[in-house]
Design a protein around this ligand. Structure first.
Ligand code: PLP
Length: 409
């Protein structure tokens, strides 16, 4: 059965309107929208009361577990707008040796194109198709570009992808292989974003930068919905999220709120930990300073490319969610995240991406600081497969003509 068989034809959505995340100003849904007048992200709002009458938690529980089980809480109106590549529910994997007895990794690397960017982009591309977009441009550190290329190509939408010139080679190549025109730019992701913005202002394409269109966040929201369902309609004590643009953290926070309004979960929330690398930690700096917005981080560097984001338009939304939850923003040293990545692989057989490794390092620090208990149930987000990143060569050569004592291998 195809994942989207659940969805047929045109249907009423429960979307009521879009809302500026800063001012609360209302915008019409079903029209192409970018940022609000105030230059901030737009959030999709639903008639949750009507939704609650149309769908029960039990009915939802009986559906196949893929992303489309949440369709009433998603914005897509026409089924044929959806180009699915198999957006499965991702598993929660314990890592008792490198982590703790109740540390679970939500392994998003199992999704199409090997990262959770698929959740956001399957949604954003469906909406772009629905609203008649024919050309899209996007700045990316790699994974978002790959997901965009895959879904947009399949939806017959043209794509231009700009990435920093030191983006991992595999990402640049996979983006091109899936049909996008990809350019390396001698700058960071926000500088790529400025070029995308310039072309969008000239009417050349639609701007798909993180949070600059309203629907990626709805796709990423499904991480929070899914987590609640997987844990039997409760949430963990804490969530450690590798934070770049923050879409997933903001999306999960929104998901929890919607689930509570539906009466499907209670008012308890996990402590949200926004994890960054010490070489690029604008959110951590703003958190520590008690600021509501985050200044650009100069000379950003880290091997964890997905969280190398010097400036995020949703900064205030990330900071608000973290503070409301009683969590924190945490920076981890490069050596700590590299060590955590290696230990999870060798001790638990779980190959994290470096951004995922950063969440394990942050969890260790949080335990040491007393921000969480060592045996608290926590969820770490591993947002891409570790296989997309360069791995250290730890092999040795063997000469088939001059074998050593095989017992020594
Ligand atoms: C994009 C990305 C992140 C950051 O996600 P945001 O929701 O934009 O903060 C983290 N890890 C990986 C592997 C990514 O590709």
């Amino acid at each position: 059965m195809a994942l989207t068989d659940n969805l047929t034809g045109e249907r009423a959505t429960f979307v009521t309107h879009l809302e500026c995340s800063l001012t609360g100003e209302r915008y019409e849904a079903d029209r192409l929208q970018g940022l609000s007048q105030a230059g901030r992200p737009l959030l999709v709002r639903y008639d949750l009361e009507a939704l609650g009458k149309a769908l029960s938690r039990d009915a939802l529980g009986a559906r196949p577990t893929d992303l489309w089980r949440w369709r009433e809480l998603l914005p897509v109106r026409r089924t044929d707008s959806i180009v699915s590549l198999g957006e499965i529910e991702t598993p929660l994997i314990p890592i008792p040796n490198s982590g703790g007895p109740n540390v679970l990794v939500k392994d998003e690397g199992r999704l199409p194109t090997g990262s959770f960017k698929a959740r956001g982009l399957v949604m954003a591309v469906a909406m772009a198709k629905e609203l008649g977009v024919t050309k899209i441009a996007m700045p990316t550190n790699g994974n978002a570009g790959a997901a965009l290329a895959a879904y947009a190509t399949r939806a017959e939408i043209e794509t231009v992808v700009l990435c920093p010139d030191d983006t991992p080679e595999i990402n640049v190549r996979e983006i091109a292989a899936q049909g996008a025109r990809v350019y390396r730019v001698n700058g960071l992701i926000d500088e790529c974003g400025a070029i995308v913005g310039k072309g969008a202002a000239e009417g050349l394409w639609f701007d798909f930068s993180t949070l600059k269109e309203p629907y990626r966040i709805e796709g990423k929201k499904t991480m929070g919905l899914e987590l609640a369902a997987q844990l039997g309609w409760r949430l963990p004590k804490a969530i450690f999220y590798p934070t770049g643009g923050g879409t997933g953290l903001i999306g999960m926070w929104k998901a929890f709120d919607e689930l509570e309004q539906l009466g499907w979960i209670g008012s308890e929330r996990p402590k949200m930990f926004a994890v960054q690398a010490s070489g690029c930690a604008p959110i951590v700096r703003a958190f520590d300073a008690g600021e509501e917005h985050a200044e650009r981080w100069e000379n950003a560097h880290t091997v964890a490319a997905g969280i190398r984001v010097p400036k995020a338009v949703g900064d205030f939304l990330i900071l608000r969610a973290v503070r409301e939850s009683g969590g924190r923003a945490i920076a981890v040293e490069e050596a700590e995240l590299v060590r955590a990545t290696a230990e999870s692989a060798v001790q638990d057989g779980m190959l994290l991406c470096p951004e995922g490794g950063a969440t394990l390092a942050a969890w260790r620090n949080a335990v040491a600081q007393g921000w969480v208990e060592a045996d608290d149930e926590v969820v770490l987000f591993n947002c891409a497969t570790g296989l997309k990143y360069p791995l250290p060569d730890q092999s040795a050569a063997l000469d088939k003509h001059d074998l050593p004592d095989l017992a020594s291998l």
